[in-house]
Write a protein that binds this ligand. Structure first.
Ligand code: FAD
Length: 426
């Protein structure tokens, strides 16, 4: 992707090609202009085009250039916030609505993958939230209790079962969520691109929106090579937002997150590590994640940017961690490494904004954007189509609020993750 092996790493090497696209080269009209070709924008475009609307997607770089092509690939149900706390934070109506929507979101992702035959290494065997120490065990027990009361198919596994499913002796327990799973994220987002274009959406890459002005009953979006005039604008730029909506970026703190992939494991090793292929992450404050890809590469990730001194510190941490988590691994050879920016909001919840009349956006997924991005994109489409009013949406309309000391906190995450990984044993 744009000749940077550290932006999309393994995913770039193993994803099927993106659909053929190019820059916008003229002035055109559409019913809806979608800005950003990630999960949110392309899901919105797909559902709008399927409903018969003329859709133009404008992407500054390439399909999946943002978080959608760089992430771990965990298709999660729910958010970081505990289920029972959501109604308190968002109000009863929105809290319950968001829980229902996001609890069902992985099912919608896998259904979409099946319907459009998207080849993206999808695995529907669940995810494991792995407990570290007593604090982690308590958190998971409470999370399991709250989800089970809501009828969700989650199981709290003891240390023996956690070891059987992860292949690691490091965890005291694990929360198995059978609603969830994994995908090859760049392959999934490219598949959404193919599906949206097959439904009639036009996708223009290398076409950053540089300005927006009102035009009759709608909006004119300017790019370097041409413009789109449309009644509705869906802004789906999230943590990779550029102009002309700086307020979305200002509401988000960038948390860098990296992934490092081994060579494919031998079949013996593969039998002892993640035999059922769940995607995993842990309860540590500086959390880490691990999963397999279809070819059996083990991918470990954590907070941090692979640039400057971070690169060697995080690489050494990954090697040490893998050895401690999976003593059976022996010598470890890495094949790919990459990182990106997660968009964190002040209350760890996503936001719905009406940026202007008929200019709408969802953003701020806090590292949970595959399933939420997909269903929020569909929700935006249903809102534009008049099927859902603002009162029916899963989140209240809010005005973007700049986060205080944003740059300082971003610096702290970069440096803090290096310090944590220098001193941590796993
Ligand atoms: C390293 C990492 C690991 C993660 N792990 C997971 C995970 O395991 N599970 C999970 O659910 N989520 C995870 N996430 C979060 C998830 O990837 C994101 O929440 C999700 O991809 C957001 O999708 P999106 O479509 O809203 O935005 P993006 O995919 O970021 O797309 C936004 C697009 O907008 C474009 N853009 C920006 N400004 C303009 C402009 N002015 N004009 C035109 N285009 C513009 C950008 O180029 C970009 O392509 C992770 C994120 C990262 C970075």
């Amino acid at each position: 992707m744009l000749n940077d092996p550290r932006s999309h790493g393994l995913w770039e090497r193993t994803a099927p090609p993106a659909p053929a696209t190019g820059p916008l080269g003229s002035d055109m009209d559409a019913d809806v202009a979608v800005v950003g070709a990630g999960f949110t924008g392309l899901s919105a475009a797909l559902h709008l085009a399927e409903a018969g609307l003329r859709v133009a997607v404008l992407e500054a770089a390439e399909i999946g250039f943002g978080g959608s092509g760089r992430n771990v690939g965990l298709v999660n149900a729910g958010m970081w916030v505990m289920p029972d706390d959501l109604p308190g934070v968002l109000g009863e109506v929105h809290g319950e609505r968001l829980l229902d929507l996001l609890g069902d979101a992985p099912r919608q992702v896998f259904e979409l993958i099946e319907r459009h035959r998207i080849a993206c290494e999808s695995e529907r065997s669940g995810t494991l939230h792995c407990g570290v120490g007593r604090k982690g065990a308590e958190e998971l027990a409470e999370r399991a209790r709250q989800w089970r009361e809501r009828g969700a198919p989650v199981e709290l596994l003891d240390a023996v079962e956690a070891r059987r499913l992860t292949g690691s002796p490091a965890y005291s327990c694990a929360l198995l969520d059978r609603r969830a799973g994994t995908v090859q994220p760049l392959a999934y987002v490219r598949g959404l691109g193919h599906a949206a274009m097959a439904a009639g959406a036009e996708v223009f890459t290398q076409s950053p929106v540089t300005g927006i002005t009102s035009a009759g009953a709608g909006w004119r979006l300017a790019t370097p090579g041409g413009s789109v005039t449309a009644e509705w604008v869906v802004v789906a730029t999230n943590a990779y937002t550029r102009t002309p909506w700086p307020q979305i970026r200002e509401e988000i703190v960038h948390l860098p997150y990296f992934n490092i992939a081994t060579r494919p494991l031998s079949s013996n090793l593969a039998r002892s590590i993640l035999p059922e292929r769940q995607g995993c992450w842990d309860t540590k404050e500086v959390l880490s994640s691990f999963r397999l890809d279809r070819a059996g590469r083990l991918i470990i990730g954590s907070v941090g940017a692979l640039d400057g001194t971070g690169r060697s510190i995080h690489r050494r941490w990954a090697r040490r961690s893998l050895k401690r988590l999976f003593p059976q691994l022996g010598e470890i050879e890495f094949e790919a490494e990459w990182y990106g920016q997660i968009g964190m909001t002040a209350d760890s919840l996503p936001k719905f904004h009406r940026l202007d009349e008929k200019v709408v956006s969802f953003s701020g997924y806090n590292g949970r954007g595959i399933a939420p991005g997909t269903v929020f994109g569909r929700t935006l489409a249903r809102h534009v189509l008049g099927e859902l009013t603002e009162d029916d949406l899963p989140l209240p309309v809010t005005v973007p609020e700049p986060q205080r000391l944003r740059r300082l906190r971003e610096g702290y995450y970069r440096l803090g993750s290096q310090i944590a990984h220098l001193s941590s044993r796993i």
